[in-house]
Ligand binder design. Structure first.
Ligand code: AMP
Length: 220
């Protein structure tokens, strides 16, 4: 399975990618997570991208290309991958196409996760992550269990809000999505790779709709 999940911040790409990982056994490749890890480690990459990420803007294409090239070369991506948050610009999409063509393993599908603007805002402002187990909750629609434990993986959810999920930055991220990432919808439609999913509503219902549009894509 070699697919891209495309959609605005808050459209549920990460959540649905995690479910696909459990079903298909191919890794989720989230460039946002890779960058957040680099920031947390204080690596040279992390130091370079921290301020850009917090502002809600995009990290430059050549940096992102280096990140994705390195990630896709790791052995666990040998049987496929679920790209989440990459590509985000036409230049990234073109570079990805060449990279995959070089190794003879082109994309099989790109799924657009469709969510209305109001719901996106609510999902992003309500998003909280458990510092211990990494699980993502939503204070409106999927609150953490009270009292703990948190899904059995940690004893007390220590929740934090991503710095770029502040109300001020969310507006900027949604604008950046419209200006720089939305053009990919037509790009992939023309490439006959695009499939669309109604990503509103219950997580299980979205997962079922997603599975339906991917039913012809090989699991591995
Ligand atoms: P995400 O977790 O996918 O919402 O990404 C968080 C932030 O990381 C974004 O707002 C960007 O600053 C940066 N980022 C993640 N993926 C990319 C990408 N493909 N291109 C440029 N910047 C990215």
């Amino acid at each position: 399975m070699r697919i891209v999940l495309l959609g605005a911040p808050g459209s549920g790409k990460g959540t649905q990618a995690q479910r696909l990982v459990r079903v298909h056994g191919v890794p989720q490749v989230s460039t946002g997570d890779l960058l957040r890890e680099a920031v947390a480690q204080g690596s040279p990459l992390g130091q370079r991208v921290k301020a850009v990420m917090e502002s809600g803007a995009l990290v430059d294409d050549s940096t992102m290309l280096a990140v994705i090239r390195e990630r896709l070369a790791r052995p666990d991506a040998g049987h496929g991958f679920i790209l989440d948050g990459f590509p985000r610009t036409i230049a990234q999409a073109e570079a990805l196409q060449s990279l995959l063509a070089e190794i003879g393993r082109p994309l099989e599908a790109v799924v657009l996760m469709k969510v209305n603007q109001e719901l996106l805002f609510r999902r992003l402002t309500g998003r909280r992550t458990c510092r211990t187990c990494g699980r993502v909750f939503n204070i409106y629609s999927a609150p953490p269990p009270v009292p703990p434990p948190c899904d059995g993986r940690c004893t007390a959810p220590d929740l934090f809000q991503r710095p770029d999920d502040s109300e001020a930055t969310i507006g900027r991220r949604l604008e950046v999505y419209q200006a720089q990432t939305q053009p990919l919808i037509d790009y992939y439609r023309r490439a006959r790779l695009l499939r669309e999913v109604d990503a509103e509503g219950d997580l299980d219902a979205v997962a079922t709709r997603l599975a339906a549009v991917l039913k012809d894509v090989r699991a591995i």
